[in-house]
Design a protein around this ligand. Structure first.
Ligand code: CTP
Length: 409
């Protein structure tokens, strides 16, 4: 048997990037030979094994044939006769279809090195269409390597468009899609992921609520970029520049969905978009089974982002309601993420990227003031149960009034 390094490990080494995961392909072996050497099988009928010591993945060279719709619709053909070239041709991109032996000799039948040089993400063959998840993968690679100058080849974008129109994307499971989406959002240029999905028509299928924001105008005074879709891309871009966590990036992507529902005659204003958007945010959250912290933050940011922008003008009672809604006493981190997302929203506007955002520190101070109200003196006065809750609220309101007075002095 012959063993080659393949995929991301070869690609990233050639790009001079750090390599974390190594995938291997094994040519000329049977499953029984692998088992005899101590490799552990990954699944019953999947020709992939884990190395007994390193735990790295070793896949038997295989060809794949699609036998039906969706991810279940695969039959694998792995046998010692399958050649390295036959294995590489069914892979997604030419830059992922280069094999390397233990002397660092490369086998590159589909010119992956040429495409690495030319900074092109190009599919290897029509077999690309066998796995519709690749539409999301290519968009994710575009986001990851945008800063190196990579772009999707026109013929690959065309194939992605055909796949998006074919209805195949709907067959993807929430789990597989979320894995790609969450990884893509954590790349340096997550806005490129959304842009590429839009360019090939996949955004309309996966997240029509986000796609609908393109072409919707906002008032130029607050939004010099005018277009709500472009604004959303800029907010995402800012979230990566400011190294925000996944929760914040997800909330940034979804914060303005309500603007896609505004009747045209009301444009460019979007009255109550914070409320109309909530059902859309919920739908997208559920479609991809986003983790609970992502779902929660997206809904809270959707509902309250304009409160944050107006923080300095809010009455003490409204400030208190905001802090109570976030349960800042027990969930300080979530409130910090909310402030982060709102700051990204404020900066994700053309020409305003460097603006200051005093609302952030102002709200942090308000949360601190409310948090400093001690429970003990109220317990000593004999308050309990719901009365204690009310008394605490009154004390916090007093503290917030004092805070506001101090801030405006
Ligand atoms: N692959 C593919 N189609 C997929 C998934 C994987 O063709 N839907 C192939 C590609 O050749 C890829 C390799 O399997 O390079 C390994 O896949 P994976 O580990 O998911 O990705 P990497 O390319 O290693 O990239 P990453 O750095 O994102 O892990």
């Amino acid at each position: 048997m012959q063993i080659f390094k393949v995929g991301g490990a070869v690609r990233d080494r050639l790009l001079g990037l750090p390599v974390t995961d190594i995938d291997w392909v094994v040519v000329g072996a049977t499953a029984d030979e692998m088992l005899a050497k101590g490799y552990r099988p990954v699944g019953a009928d999947f020709p992939v094994f884990l190395h007994p010591k390193t735990g790295e993945e070793y896949a038997l060279a295989r060809t794949e044939r699609k036998s039906g719709r969706g991810y279940g619709g695969f039959t694998f053909h792995a046998s010692p006769e399958v050649t390295l070239e036959e294995d590489l041709i069914r892979r997604d991109l030419t830059i992922n279809a280069i094999a390397e032996d233990d002397l660092q000799n490369l086998t590159d039948p589909y010119h992956g090195q040429r495409d690495l040089e030319a900074r092109i993400l190009r599919h290897v063959s029509p077999a690309f269409a066998e796995d519709p998840l690749r539409v999301l993968r290519v968009a994710r690679f575009a986001a990851r390597y945008a800063s190196l100058g990579f772009a999707v080849a026109p013929e690959t974008l065309e194939l992605m468009r055909q796949l998006s129109e074919s209805g195949e994307l709907q067959a993807l499971t929430a789990e597989r899609s979320w894995k790609e989406i969450s990884r893509a959002l954590m790349e340096d240029q997550p806005q490129v992921f959304i842009q590429v999905l839009r360019d090939c028509g996949a955004l309309k299928v996966l997240m029509p609520e986000v796609d609908a924001l393109f072409g919707v105008p906002q008032p130029e005074a607050h939004h010099p970029e005018i277009d709500t879709g472009l604004h959303t891309l800029s907010v995402l871009e800012q979230s990566a520049l400011h190294k925000q966590p996944l929760t914040v990036r997800w909330a940034c992507l979804l914060h303005d969905l309500g603007k896609g529902l505004t009747p045209e005659e009301e444009w460019p204003r979007h009255i109550a978009h914070e409320h109309t958007g909530l059902k859309l945010i919920k739908a997208v959250n559920e479609r991809f089974k986003a983790p609970k912290d992502c779902q929660e933050l997206a809904l809270l940011v959707g509902k309250y982002h304009t409160h944050c922008h107006r923080a300095l003008e809010l009455k003490a009672s409204t400030l208190l309601e905001l802090l109570q809604s976030f349960d800042v006493y027990r969930r300080p981190q979530r409130f910090e993420e909310f402030i982060g997302a709102c700051e990204m929203d404020a900066r994700g506007r053309k020409g305003l990227e460097q603006r200051s955002y005093p609302q952030a520190d102002y709200l942090r101070g308000a949360a601190q003031a409310a948090r400093e109200v001690a429970v003990q003196p109220l317990l000593e006065k004999g308050f309990k149960g719901p009365e204690l809750g009310e008394a605490l609220k009154r004390e916090r309101l007093k503290a917030l009034k004092a805070y506001k007075d101090r801030a405006s002095a």
